[in-house]
Design a protein around this ligand. Structure first.
Ligand code: COA
Length: 189
């Protein structure tokens, strides 16, 4: 991938959710720093089944966002946030796995999260569809992702989007005294 399909802050599409609300899907920009900080803090507080378990400082989040925006500009990432009534409620991305290795430059890693109160109304589904379409336009051929074996909702979402389970890393996660396997999914696009 090295084709930039959306610039930072650009609106991609508007969708009507199952509960009738409208969500705007767009790429993030610098104005989203505090909203993204609050977003990740809420997922950490929830103990969502994601790898991050500590809240980043504002400085760390700014560094992360700066790298993301540069990566979007270079065409190495496709990032979509979802906004409902001016609130940032979802973040998702496909990032080129190893831009430094030309023989793997067609592989992207997908990540997606929706805030708890806004789940189950179709946002995850529409973000997956959109990311896959945009990643394809950007020139990627294969997408991969890892998920907790216990995260059945996410696995259902990935299978519905066409991903297939390709492997398992046993006991990759140690959480609250229990080991959890990581399941890897992949799709050719
Ligand atoms: C996984 C996640 C992104 C799904 O997002 P979402 O916006 O709820 O997804 P949708 O509303 O499009 O629902 C997708 C499917 O899951 C089903 N689903 C949603 N919530 C569910 C629940 N609590 N229990 C059972 N099924 C559920 C929906 O019915 C839908 O299936 P269907 O289309 O066959 O009816 C969201 O749950 C999430 O962010 N979880 C926390 C972070 C996380 O786990 N990220 C993934 C890390 S690998």
């Amino acid at each position: 991938m090295s084709i930039r399909v959306l610039r930072p802050g650009q609106t991609y599409r508007e969708v009507t959710l199952k509960d009738g609300r409208t969500a705007i899907l767009r790429t993030p920009d610098w104005h989203d720093l505090d909203a993204l900080l609050a977003f990740i803090a809420e997922l950490v507080d929830e103990r969502a089944e994601i790898l991050r378990t500590t809240k980043p400082s504002r400085e760390e989040e700014a560094e992360w966002l700066g790298r993301r925006l540069a990566s979007i500009e270079k065409g190495n990432s496709v990032v979509l946030v979802a906004e409902i009534n001016g609130r940032l409620v979802a973040n998702s991305e496909v990032e080129q796995r190893a831009p430094q290795f030309p023989e793997m430059s067609h592989v992207g890693v997908l990540g997606i999260s929706v805030l708890k109160n806004d789940r189950g109304v179709g946002l995850g589904t529409v973000l997956m569809e959109s990311l896959i379409k945009l990643a394809k336009q950007a020139g990627l051929k294969v997408l991969i992702l890892d998920t907790f074996a216990t995260n059945k909702v996410a696995q259902h979402l990935y299978k519905k989007a066409g991903f297939v389970e390709v492997g398992k890393i046993p006991k990759a996660i140690h959480r609250d005294g229990n080991y959890i396997d990581l399941i890897r999914f992949a799709i050719e696009i």
